[in-house]
Write a protein that binds this ligand. Structure first.
Ligand code: IMP
Ligand code: MG
Length: 178
């Protein structure tokens, strides 16, 4: 893509495909004979969950939540508002939250507390990307696609000002664009 905002490619389409196939195998193994209910977090996780669910060999239900965290566009505050809730009850079900990226961890921390209060049988997280350096709360993340350095990234679902979600790879945003 010939756009000055698209910087260094951190995860290529081939790396994404291979790692997501591995994650799909792992999740399928762990959730055999369980009641998998995947919760995709809009909008960033849409591309990831679409690919991940097609790698699963176990039955699953898919639902979505939309949350907005207050703060500037590159920093979340931990104050989270639910914009779209799940359609179904998760009580007694094996819930897997599917996230695009865990940055400070504050959004996920809130989401996990909220979902745990609904009494699922189990609650785990699958994140495509994580930036360990930025973590502000310690969270148990069962499945991680890639650990990346502390840079703002775009593509494969991730946006900058709602753009670049359609890139087939994960790239750094060029610093002068931030
Ligand atoms: P956290 O609450 O700080 O963990 O932020 C989580 C949310 O912020 C993610 O689900 C993304 O929507 C967004 N986010 C964090 N880092 C990035 C990034 O590098 N690029 C795009 N979005 C990001
Ligand atoms: Mg997100």
């Amino acid at each position: 893509m010939n756009d000055p905002a698209v910087g260094e490619i951190l995860v290529s389409p081939e790396q994404l495909q291979q790692r997501i196939a591995e994650l799909g195998e792992e999740v399928s193994r762990d959730y055999a004979d369980r009641d998998l209910f995947m919760v995709g977090v809009l909008k960033g996780a849409v591309v990831f969950i679409a690919d991940l669910m097609r790698e699963l060999t176990v039955p699953c239900e898919v639902d979505f939540m939309a949350v907005s965290s207050y703060g500037s566009h590159t920093d979340s505050s931990g104050v989270v508002r639910i914009l779209k809730d799940l359609d179904a009850s998760i009580e007694g079900r094996d819930v897997l939250i599917v996230e695009d990226i865990i940055d400070s961890g504050l959004t996920l921390h809130y989401l996990m507390r909220n979902l745990r209060a609904r009494n699922p049988r189990s609650l785990e997280v699958c994140a495509l990307l994580t930036k360990p350096e930025r973590r502000r709360v310690d969270l148990p993340i069962r499945y991680v696609g890639f650990e990346i350095p502390n840079r703002f990234v775009i593509g494969y679902g991730l946006d900058y000002a709602q753009r670049y979600r359609n890139l087939g790879f994960v790239a750094a945003l060029q610093p002068e664009q931030e």
